[in-house]
Design a protein around this ligand. Structure first.
Ligand SMILES: [Zn+2]
Length: 289
């Protein structure tokens, strides 16, 4: 999966770090990120030195006096984000690309870093002002938290739990496709956890809502951080309760849903997404029973 790095790890502990000239800076505008894409699809992020020069010339917006914010360290490199909606670079090699379209095999580590940095960027930009009293917030000195100097409101990063569900019936797995979305490949039942419910209840509710099926034996598989949607995906398998496989489709959510036999699944592991890994694990008969 995207977060499974070949070496090292994403060190997300908050630290006070000053950028070096060569430090990577993730620059975002809306849901797009500034990146250099080589002919072989390899991605490169701009350095602090480059970003500061572009920002000066093109007068990029910045919300605070401190223009870049340290976010994490990955594989020996410090990553920062530009604290504002970034502008044009003026360098034709760099362009803005949608965060969601960056999920790919090439530069998996860069994609993971960018998605995670964008998650934080999106949280910072949504919390420049205190939601309680309206005053301008400040970054806490010791931890990753925005603090209101007026009412002392403490605002921590927001992570939304959601489920990916592999519904099985003997040697069959239920796959589906979303309605009205740019993503048209096979997926599985998914949805955000609502306030007041357990994740297992989310699994049962989402399956009932989207395909009208009752499930049992709900069992946990793995999680995946998914910064593009500000989420944490929790993968579960479950079994159809009973023998009736009849699907009642929620047409607002799904374009189709269908049972596929274990030896004839139409989707394969892409090394990126939890959904794809779960399909492969089922194909191999290795899902938790
Ligand atoms: Zn306040």
């Amino acid at each position: 999966m995207l977060q499974d790095l070949e070496y090292g790890r994403l060190e997300n502990e908050y630290r006070i770090v000053e950028p070096t000239a060569e430090a990577k800076v993730v620059c975002a505008n809306g849901n797009k990120l500034l990146v250099k894409r080589a002919a072989d699809d390899t991605l490169t992020l701009p350095t602090y030195q480059e970003v500061m020069a572009w920002a000066e010339v093109n007068q990029w917006e910045h919300w605070y006096e401190k223009k870049v914010q340290y976010v994490f360290r990955m594989q020996g490199e410090d990553y920062f984000i530009w604290m504002g909606e970034a502008g044009e670079s003026g360098d034709p090699e760099y362009g803005y690309e949608a965060a969601v379209s960056l999920r790919q095999m090439v530069s998996k580590n860069v994609c993971y870093a960018m998605m995670t940095a964008w998650h934080l960027f999106d949280w910072y930009r949504s919390n420049r002002f205190c939601g309680r009293c309206g005053a301008k917030t400040q970054h806490d000195a010791k931890e990753r938290m925005m603090r209101c100097p007026e009412c002392n409101n403490m605002i921590f990063p927001k992570i939304a739990p959601s489920v990916i569900v592999g519904v099985t019936h003997g040697d069959k797995l239920l796959l589906s496709k979303y309605a009205n979305r740019s993503y048209t490949r096979y997926g599985m039942i998914a949805g955000f956890t609502e306030i007041g419910e357990t994740v297992e209840e989310t699994v049962a509710r989402e399956v009932m809502e989207e395909v009208g099926l009752k499930v049992k034996n709900i069992r946990y598989y793995k999680t995946q951080p998914w910064g593009v949607t500000g989420g944490l995906l929790l993968g579960y398998y479950c079994d159809l309760d009973g023998e009736d496989e009849t699907i009642t489709l929620d047409r607002e959510e799904l374009a189709m849903a269908e049972w596929f036999p274990r030896n004839d699944l139409p989707a394969h592991d892409d090394g990126i997404s939890l959904t794809r890994e779960m399909i492969r694990v089922f194909e191999e008969g290795k899902e938790p029973k």
